[in-house]
Design a protein around this ligand. Structure first.
Ligand SMILES: *Cc1c(COP(=O)(O)O)cnc(C)c1O
Length: 357
């Protein structure tokens, strides 16, 4: 019994590492440029209010979220001088509610501009330069009278391929942005670079950078060694160790056939916890510092790891899912996805521990 007072799985977030990441990105920016923090989707799964508070303490005053509800989460912990921007636009609440909380919507279309023009409230204008997702297109003829009425805090655009520095769309988007902001003919501040965009050089920095993933340890320069610190440690408990006999199978669908006698450790996390089912046959966890392949299908609440090569594995031992031995990007590579999806899938059943500020 003595093994069991501890939680079945623990997610530890090192806020000092997040702060270090923000400061190191800020240091890269050209003189006069400021650094925001993108904390949408609960700060990519790490906890928006904790992350926002830690970054505010480092001097961060600009926070980007997607939804009104996310903005409320962040507002609750930040002093009034923090600016909170809503990337998904002026929706989810009335302009009065935006005013009440001091939220600043990103206007993504001509319709958004019309809707906001008479509110007298601050806003950001988004120009699409190649993403074709959100923002005014090159053919949208902006009405000068409407533009004049808007209290524009920033004009922004978003890069589609910044994580591929050699991609021709980067320079093309930069060129288009420069041309479009000149044509607007209204003096303003500008925001362009996401995490990877910061690494494309000072031409991409403008007045406000908007890093997200790099704050959370995802490599913004996938072709190079990761310059960021990993703030995420995810551990789950081994709840059983079984002797698998040759000829037997493991898990649903009898998907894994045991060839030689195998020591099977059942780990208490599954796809309901964000351990993606696509990790079936591909995932690796670290037990006692050693890589152990996941065998059989990923279940809802558990996975099975092959620990035959380990000397003695008592129940209650932690398996490391993300941590010093493998990053969210590594797990993503095993699953055939990106680190962003691994982090934003992190489940609600973990005991969360926050280290640092
Ligand atoms: C999510 C997002 C970001 C942050 O991007 P990262 O690649 O995570 O740094 C910046 N700007 C916009 C518009 C976004 O949607």
């Amino acid at each position: 019994m003595s093994d069991y007072p501890k939680p079945l799985s623990t997610l530890t977030i090192d806020l000092d590492a997040v702060a270090w990441n923000w400061l190191s990105l800020k240091k890269m920016l050209k003189a006069g440029a400021d650094c925001a923090a993108v904390v949408k989707a609960d700060a990519y799964g790490l906890g928006a209010s904790k992350v926002a508070l830690a970054l505010y303490a480092q001097g961060c005053r600009h926070f980007f979220v997607a939804h009104f509800s996310e903005a409320l989460d962040v507002r609750g912990v930040l002093a009034p001088d923090a600016c909170i921007y809503l990337l998904n636009g002026p929706y989810g609440a009335k302009p009065d509610d935006f005013a009440q909380h001091g939220f600043i919507p990103v206007l993504n279309s001509m319709g958004d501009m019309d809707y906001w023009q008479d509110t007298g409230l601050p806003c950001v204008l988004h120009l699409d330069t190649g993403m074709n997702r959100l923002g005014l297109g090159a053919d949208d003829a902006v009405d000068d009278a409407v533009l004049k009425k808007l209290d524009l805090r920033y004009v922004m655009s978003h890069l589609a391929c910044a994580d591929e520095p050699a991609h021709e769309l980067n320079a093309l988007q930069l060129q288009r942005f420069q041309k479009r902001i000149a044509a607007l003919g209204k003096a303003c501040r500008y925001s362009f670079a996401n995490s990877s965009g910061i690494f494309l050089g000072q031409d991409y920095h403008f007045d406000l950078a908007r890093p997200g993933c790099a704050l959370y340890g995802i490599n913004p320069v996938p072709h190079l060694k990761n310059p960021m610190k990993n703030p995420v440690k995810l551990e789950a408990t081994i709840v059983q160790v079984r002797d698998g006999k040759a000829g037997e199978t493991v898990g649903y669908g009898a998907g894994y056939k045991i060839a030689l006698p195998t020591k099977c450790a059942t780990v208490s996390l599954g796809y309901a916890d964000g351990y993606l089912r696509s990790l079936t046959g591909k995932g690796v966890v670290f037990i006692q510092g050693k890589a152990c392949p996941v065998i059989g299908r990923v279940s809802m609440d558990s996975i099975v790891a092959d620990v035959t090569h380990l000397e003695h594995v008592p129940t209650g031992t932690y398996a490391e899912i993300i941590g010093d031995n493998q990053s969210a990007d590594d797990v993503a590579a095993q699953a055939g996805t990106i680190g962003y999806e691994i982090l934003t899938s992190l489940g609600a059943r973990y005991k969360r521990k926050y280290l640092g500020s």
